[in-house]
Ligand binder design. Structure first.
Ligand SMILES: Cc1ncc(COP(=O)(O)O)c(C=O)c1O
Length: 441
């Protein structure tokens, strides 16, 4: 029988909620944390215990909790116009598209709104395939090159681009045409670990796969500037530039998935700003509203957009995709207020400063379990090992114990979970970008 609302939230949850990515067997013995409110970079549970939210929810509450400016903007928009689709137009959508274009290089000036990171990636993949056919008549550019350990979302296309078998195998077969290469992982690199320095062999592997598959069949390369959920792997110096050269040489598009790295997370407004390159398509979500409401975007520019315009008398090549809630006016209004805060407080600078401070402090820790500390801005990972010499990953049970111990100490950290079998050993820190002096004590 269904529980009623007079039961406690915990009872209702255990009886009816199907949680995300969670084994429910014996859940009553270790019930999920019930968070009831948030302020700044902290959240509070039902017993009013407070925690530093060192994961900013899921890498997303960039400006922190409790920003009344965003609440007011959303409420005002909801009162004025609660919904209209972007098959037509509305002010918040138009203003937000222009605002994003203003924050990006001029090559990225066309914004297609969606609700989630997965949808933004799905849209980027579809745009890339259709663009391939429009720009290269007679060729069938349908293949994508992605990286192992990368995460791009839960929908079929985005999941096919994802390079984490544990997130995919229950749902196979996936979408055809996705190929994976090793990620930049200097700690365990098969290309340069024995060399004196990184030789970007992992980037060159992408070119090798493109040549083997046939350039004229490849639509795009997709990559996160810093692999996030898969275990925090920043692109090494020169890596994105090498990807750009390879894509240009083979007529493939470069899709950068900045669902995590966008909006200041890595210490610059955009992850690609750590390089000299521009992507052809950029996917963003999470920090676009700091998760006050769901919103995402697939952003591109004239080169791709113009290919969809056709010309008089030709077949109509428009991008045939509708998203009912994509670009919801209330989400767009929240995003505009969020961007006012993010840019007004230049939070990417705090992300760079606090990230560098944390990185130094973590690297100075003398623990036999810390194999490597890496990251960029406030996106940090500690690769934990049971033996520093062999680099054997810390076993799953130990990781669970550690994350729980941190929680008992009042710090909510993440870890890469269900990514690579046997390698769920990276503890992840990705707090709100407002982390301040108080945490330094
Ligand atoms: C890089 C990246 N792309 C896409 C996604 C999917 O986003 P969403 O969970 O909003 O669908 C995520 C989610 O964490 C992500 O980290």
């Amino acid at each position: 029988m269904a529980k009623t609302t007079t039961d406690s939230n915990r009872d209702l949850d255990l009886a009816h909620l199907w949680h995300q990515n969670l084994q429910h067997r014996n859940l009553a013995d270790r019930p999920p944390l019930e968070i009831v409110r948030g302020a700044g970079y902290c959240v509070y549970d039902a017993e009013d215990r407070h925690y530093i939210d060192a994961m900013a929810g899921l890498f997303c509450v960039n400006v922190g909790y409790g920003r009344q400016q965003i609440v007011a903007a959303a409420a005002q928009q909801m009162a004025e116009l609660s919904y209209y689709p972007l098959t037509q137009s509305h002010g918040p959508g138009a203003r937000l598209a222009a605002r994003l274009a203003g924050l990006l290089p001029q090559e990225l000036n066309r914004v297609y709104f969606l609700n989630s990171g997965s949808e933004a990636v799905e849209t980027a993949l579809k745009m890339a395939r259709q663009y391939g056919r429009l720009a290269h008549p007679g060729q069938n550019r349908y293949k994508f090159i992605a990286r192992h350990r990368g995460y791009h979302g839960f929908t079929f296309g985005a999941m096919s681009a994802t390079g984490q078998i544990a997130r995919k195998q229950a749902f196979e077969p996936l979408v055809p045409g996705f190929y994976h290469v090793p990620p930049p992982d200097p700690y365990r690199c098969g290309f340069c670990r024995a060399e004196s320095a990184c030789n970007l062999g992992c980037a060159d592997e992408i070119e090798r796969v493109i040549r083997m598959e046939g350039s004229e069949t490849v639509a795009a390369v997709i990559a996160e500037p810093v692999i996030g959920g898969g275990g925090i792997f920043p692109a090494p110096d020169g890596y994105l530039e090498r990807l750009r050269e390879i894509c240009d040489r083979h007529g493939a598009l470069l899709i950068l998935d900045e669902v995590i790295t966008g909006f200041g997370r890595t210490g610059k407004l955009w992850g690609f700003e750590h390089s000299s390159i521009r992507p052809d398509i950029l996917t963003v979500a999470k920090g676009i509203t700091s998760a006050y409401l769901p919103l995402a975007a697939c952003i591109t520019g004239d080169k791709i957009f113009e290919a969809f315009q056709g010309h008089a008398g030709a077949d109509d090549p428009k991008f045939t995709q509708v998203s009912t809630f994509g670009g919801h006016p209330v989400s767009c209004a929240a995003a505009l207020a969020n961007l006012d805060i993010l840019t007004g407080e230049r939070l990417w600078e705090n992300s760079a400063r606090m990230g560098a401070w944390l990185l130094d402090r973590l690297r100075a820790l003398d623990s036999p379990s810390i194999g490597e500390v890496r990251g960029r801005g406030l996106l940090l990972g500690l690769e934990l090992v049971s033996d520093r010499a062999t680099r054997a990953p810390l076993p799953e049970a130990e990781m669970i114990r550690l994350v729980k111990a941190m929680r008992d100490q009042g710090v909510l950290v993440g870890r890469n979970n269900d990514t690579v079998p046997g390698f769920s050993n990276v503890m992840i820190l990705s707090p709100p970008l407002t982390l301040d002096q108080a945490t330094e004590s």
